[in-house]
Design a protein around this ligand. Structure first.
Ligand SMILES: *Cc1c(COP(=O)(O)O)cnc(C)c1O
Length: 396
C-alpha cells in the first residue's frame, strides 16, 4: 500500500482529543475531506453543515468572523453573522453587489472613504446602480429623498467620517430608512465595536476594514461584513462572496485574530492620547482649527457622545499658514510616520491636500473641509508626551 501523502500527517491528529492548540491554527488548506461519498453529498446539498472548499469558508476565517460578530452584538439581545473578505473594499463591494441590482439606488454622503466614492462612481454606476450623494445630517432632506425615490434600497454611511470627523446620527438615519423599507449599512472602521455598536441603533449591516484598528499592527489587509438578517447573510452575502471570490485568506485572518486580543487596551490608549493631543493643539496659536470628536468645540460632539463610548484615535487639524506650513510640518515630523493608512499602534500622519486628495478639484476639496493646511493624525499608543513633543517641534 503506497503512503497516502495528503492525509499522512493529518490522520495522526484527526479526532485526537489531546491535540487542542492554545492558539488559533492557520488552516492552510484549499479544501476539506469527506469521510464518505454520502457525507459529501449531504454537505453539498446543504443538508449537513461542513466545510468544502477554502473559498467558501475556512476555520481560521470563520473563527475571526464570529468573534467580530460577537463583539458587534455584545450585550445586545440579538445574533449576527460575520463573513471575512479580502479587504475593506471587498467587504463594501460584496455587500453592495449582493443586495443591489440594476435600477436600484444607494443613498449616501459626499465625504465617504475615497475608495468607496470611487467604487460607487466607477464600478456600480456603470452597472446601473446609481449612487445619490447628500448631506446625511439633514434628516428632512434624507426623508424627502427616501419618500420620493423608492428605488433607494440601501442607505450607506460612515460616522465619524474622514478627515473632519463629521458625524451622523445612526439611530435617526436607521429609523428613517426602516420607515421607507430601505436597508442600512455602516462602515464602522474608525470606531470598532469597542467604541460604537451600530446594531444597537438599528443598523442592518456593518462593514469594517480590519486592516485598520481591528488588526492594529498594520500587517494585513482584510475586511468583514456583519449582518443581523441571518437568511440574507447566508443566501445573498455569502453566495456573492464565494462566487465573486472576495474571500479572505487564513494568514491575514490569523493576523487580525492576534490584533483583536489587544483591541480594548489599544482603543483606550488611542482615545486618551488623541484627547490630550487635541487639547494641546486647540491651545496652539499656529493651529487654526482642530477636528476631534472629544472636543466640545467639535460641531458633532453631541452626536458622537450619544453613540460612541470614547472618541477614538482619529483627528485632524489645520495649520494657520496653509499649504506651505502643511508641507513643512510633514518633513519636520520625526516620531510620527508619513503613511497613507490609519489605525496602527504607531502614530501616522497624512497631509490630504498633497496626497489622498491631490487629484480632487480644490474648490470641491475646500467645500468638504479639506483645506491646504489640514493634517490628519491617526494617533498611536506611544507615550503622549513624546508625541506632543514631536508635533510641537514640527509646527515650529
Ligand atoms: C481603509 C478603509 C477602507 C478600505 O479598506 P481596505 O482594507 O484598504 O480595502 C474602507 N473604509 C474606511 C473608513 C477605511 O479607512
Amino acid at each position: 500500500m503506497p503512503i497516502k501523502f495528503g492525509s499522512f500527517c493529518a490522520n495522526e491528529f484527526k479526532n485526537n482529543q489531546t491535540v487542542r492548540p492554545h492558539q488559533l491554527p492557520i488552516y492552510a488548506t484549499s479544501s476539506f475531506e469527506f469521510e464518505t461519498i454520502e457525507e459529501g453529498i449531504d454537505i453539498f446539498k446543504g443538508n449537513k453543515k461542513g466545510l468544502v472548499y477554502g473559498r467558501y469558508g475556512n476555520p481560521t476565517m470563520e473563527t475571526v468572523a464570529r468573534k467580530i460578530a460577537a463583539m458587534e452584538t455584545f450585550d445586545l439581545d440579538m445574533t449576527a453573522k460575520g463573513i471575512m473578505t479580502s479587504s475593506g473594499m471587498s467587504a463594501i463591494s460584496t455587500l453592495f453587489l449582493s443586495l443591489l441590482k440594476s435600477g436600484d439606488n444607494v443613498l449616501t454622503q459626499g465625504n465617504l472613504y475615497g475608495g468607496t466614492t470611487e467604487l460607487l462612481k466607477k464600478v456600480l454606476a456603470p452597472c446601473g446602480i446609481a449612487p445619490m450623494f447628500t448631506d446625511l445630517q439633514d434628516l428632512n432632506q434624507v426623508e424627502q429623498l427616501l419618500r420620493d425615490n423608492p428605488a433607494i434600497r440601501l442607505l450607506y454611511f460612515e460616522t465619524p467620517a474622514n478627515p473632519t470627523m463629521a458625524c451622523v446620527d445612526i439611530e435617526q438615519l436607521c429609523a428613517l430608512a426602516a420607515k421607507y423599507n430601505c436597508l442600512t449599512a455602516i462602515d464602522n472602521t474608525f470606531c470598532t465595536p469597542y467604541l460604537q455598536q451600530p446594531f444597537k441603533y438599528g443598523a442592518d449591516f456593518i462593514i469594517h476594514s480590519t486592516t485598520k484598528f481591528l488588526n492594529g499592527q498594520g500587517n494585513s489587509i482584510a475586511g468583514v461584513i456583519i449582518g443581523r438578517d441571518l437568511e440574507l447573510m447566508e443566501k445573498k452575502v455569502w453566495v456573492a462572496m464565494k462566487l465573486m471570490g472576495t474571500n479572505c485568506n487564513p494568514f491575514d485572518a490569523w493576523l487580525v485574530n492576534n490584533g483583536l486580543k489587544t483591541l480594548a487596551i489599544r482603543m483606550d490608549r488611542h482615545s486618551e492620547n488623541a484627547q490630550q493631543i487635541a487639547e494641546y493643539l486647540e491651545g496652539h496659536e499656529k493651529v487654526a482649527r482642530v477636528n476631534y470628536n472629544g472636543l466640545p468645540s467639535h460641531p458633532d460632539h453631541l452626536i458622537a457622545k450619544k453613540q460612541m463610548r470614547q472618541f477614538g484615535g482619529m483627528l485632524s487639524f489645520e495649520l494657520a499658514d496653509g499649504l506651505e506650513a502643511g508641507l513643512r510640518f510633514m518633513n519636520a515630523i520625526k516620531l510620527c510616520t508619513l503613511a497613507p493608512t490609519l489605525g496602527d499602534v504607531d502614530t501616522l500622519v497624512l497631509h490630504p491636500a498633497s496626497s489622498s486628495h491631490i487629484n480632487v478639484d480644490r474648490d470641491l476639496r475646500l467645500k468638504n473641509g479639506i483645506t491646504d493646511g489640514l493634517i490628519r493624525l491617526s494617533v498611536g499608543i506611544e507615550d503622549v508626551e513624546d508625541l506632543i513633543g514631536d508635533i510641537d517641534r514640527a509646527i515650529g
